[in-house]
Write a protein that binds this ligand. Structure first.
Ligand SMILES: [Zn+2]
Length: 120
């Protein structure tokens, strides 16, 4: 017959294998969290970048409509000196990049992020 002390001494503490498994699980969870948060931050930056592109596009088109002026093709309005004054703020991509706002040959104003290289 086993005594109380013998029964509980056997299960006291962890074996090397158990500790290894626990550490592996913890490390994989941490790695998943780090990778996930990095991807989340990138996607959030891209989302705010697209919102900024939309704001730039709307402001430039609205001002052209109100002023009765045509947006001339080939001019990069984001590089014009009065760009910040027009918008009331200087739009900067969260991933640290500027913008280009050019009317293409089809007459459509295209705002592009120089960092993300996508535009609307
Ligand atoms: Zn961007």
């Amino acid at each position: 017959m086993k005594t109380y002390k013998e029964t509980f001494n056997r299960s006291a503490g962890f074996t090397f294998l158990e500790i290894t498994v626990i550490l592996l699980v913890l490390l994989s969870l941490m790695a998943t969290g780090i990778v996930g948060s990095r991807i989340y931050a990138e996607r959030a930056n891209e989302a705010s970048c697209v919102v900024l592109q939309d704001v730039i596009r709307k402001v430039l088109i609205s001002q052209a409509n109100i002023g009765g002026q045509r947006l001339e093709p080939g001019i990069d309005y984001a590089q014009e000196p009065d760009f910040e004054e027009r918008l009331g703020f200087l739009p900067v991509c969260p991933a640290v990049g500027g913008y280009s706002a050019i009317v293409g040959p089809n007459g459509e104003l295209t705002v592009r992020c120089l960092e993300h290289a996508h535009g609307e």
